[in-house]
Write a new protein. Structure first.
Length: 166
């Protein structure tokens, strides 16, 4: 994995203790450029300055991360729309996870967060970036995580590998 010393992280959570925990974990990984926000307004100010990875809680001072993510992903003419967003959440029901994915969240890590789980998500967004999709109904990282060997229809993704398993 690429070193994290030059990666600028934005941590968003209205719980200062959770911010401290995640910051400590990131510093243990070698991260040095970490900014924190406790509200969506503070987070948007930091985004204007520029960040490389966002790690956020599901609820940000009364605003859910789905609306926040959609706003970032649909912002035209800005690099910020492509920023990886890692969601940390205790709300891990399937409908909530799917809603976050469909809003454009890049990776999801359940609470209580462990260094191992967070590191895996960081590796995923740094070393294994998914293609970015921009369509009328969805803007964000490609939601497909695997190639379905049983699919026999036309491939719509450029560069996709088709399995010849017979």
């Amino acid at each position: 994995m690429v070193g994290l010393t030059q990666v600028k992280f934005l941590l968003i959570d209205d719980n200062v203790h959770m911010l401290a925990i995640v910051e400590t974990i990131l510093r243990g990984f070698g991260a040095r450029r970490i900014v924190k926000a406790e509200t969506a307004d503070e987070a948007l100010k930091q985004l204007r300055v520029g960040v490389d990875i966002i790690i956020t809680d599901y609820m940000i001072g009364g605003l859910d991360v789905l609306a926040f993510t959609r706003g970032i992903r649909r912002a035209t003419g800005s690099h910020d729309r492509f920023v990886p967003i890692i969601l940390l959440t205790a709300h891990s029901s399937r409908p909530r996870i799917e809603a976050a994915r469909d809003a454009g969240v890049t990776e999801i890590c359940t609470k209580p967060v462990t260094p191992r789980d967070l590191f895996r998500r960081l590796v995923a967004v740094v070393d294994f970036q998914r293609p970015f999709v921009m369509s009328p109904n969805y803007v964000g990282p490609c939601r497909r995580r695997r190639v379905d060997a049983a699919y026999d229809g036309p491939e719509r993704r450029e560069g996709a590998i088709k399995s010849d398993a017979a």
